[in-house]
Design a protein around this ligand. Structure first.
Ligand code: NDP
Length: 260
């Protein structure tokens, strides 16, 4: 168990990738704070159709320790409450995973300003908020870790004029935080998922999903566990000298030289 007794907050932990990260952290012995706007897992049109047990309940059912805290990561007071509640319950904080994110399709003409603000607010601004309030506690840990979830869209256009720049911003904000926190022994890294089977994909058609599969060199789509294992590694002692990196976990999606 490489995360035994470490205390981790995972935002957006009720569904999808966040749930996968929570379950893998718990499997490795971590105490997990599941932070989300709702406790009930989201059920997708294509993926996670049958998941009904809340993440924290699932962890406790298998002998782990977990706490659900309702939190909207875009609200400063809500984030402040989350960090206070986590530390009050488990006594410390070792790991912060900023996973909560939203996507809304649209281009420069169809996306209204309120959508742009919301997408950037949840996918980028919120990470600044959680880090701001978590860092004083991470500095007290001997194994402080920040793992931020971006996307393969951080590196190229095609994710829309709000989502793609927000995710690119996550990669660079993480590098900056890595520099700020290096002297405290805290690492900060980004994981950039390719297509992962979660409810966020509900906006796609079945043909779109087949296209993603066809473009992925490894012959399957990603699962929340794939991102969970990468986060376990980055949060573990094995990654103690890795900081400021952006790690694609994408089945090889970014490997080709261009779009063919
Ligand atoms: P899901 O929509 O499946 O799950 C996201 C979870 O975050 C949901 O439980 C959602 O709640 C919650 N959430 C949304 N907004 C907030 C908020 N303001 N505060 C707290 N929680 C919130 O998405 P994924 O699991 O697929 O995505 C997780 C992360 O991975 C995101 O950052 C996403 O951009 C990124 N990503 C995902 C990829 C994929 O293929 N799945 C690919 C690349 C990146 P609610 O139920 O209300 O929506």
């Amino acid at each position: 168990m490489v995360l035994k007794d470490r205390v981790a907050i995972v935002t957006g932990g009720s569904s999808g990738i966040g749930r996968g990260i929570c379950l893998e952290f718990a499997r490795e012995g971590a105490c997990v704070v599941v932070a989300d706007v709702q406790e009930t897992p989201k059920r997708g049109k294509y993926h996670e159709k049958d998941i009904t047990t809340p993440t924290a309940v699932e962890i406790e059912n298998t002998g782990g320790r977990a706490l659900f805290v309702e939190c909207d990561v875009s609200e400063e007071a809500s984030v402040h409450h989350l960090i206070d509640r986590a530390v009050a319950h488990f006594g410390k904080l070792d790991i912060l995973v900023n996973n909560a994110g939203i996507f809304k399709p649209g281009d420069s003409q169809s996306l209204v300003m309120a959508d742009w603000d919301r997408i950037v607010g949840v996918n980028l601004r919120a990470l600044f908020l959680t880090m701001k309030y978590a860092i004083p506690h991470l500095k007290k840990s001997k194994t402080g870790r920040i793992v931020n979830i971006a996307s393969v869209h951080a590196f190229h256009g095609g994710g829309g004029p709000a989502y793609a720049p927000a995710k690119a911003g996550v990669v660079n904000m993480t590098r900056d935080i890595a520099m700020e926190l290096g002297s405290h022994g805290i690492t900060a890294n980004t994981v950039c998922p390719g297509y992962i089977e979660t409810p966020i994909q509900d906006y796609l058609t079945e043909a779109d999903i087949q296209h993603c599969l066809d473009k992925t060199p490894l012959p399957r789509l990603g699962k929340p566990r794939d991102i969970g294992r990468a986060c376990v590694f980055l949060a573990s002692d094995d990654a103690e000298w890795i900081t400021g990196v952006a790690l694609p976990v994408d089945g090889g999606w970014l490997a080709p030289i261009g779009i063919l």
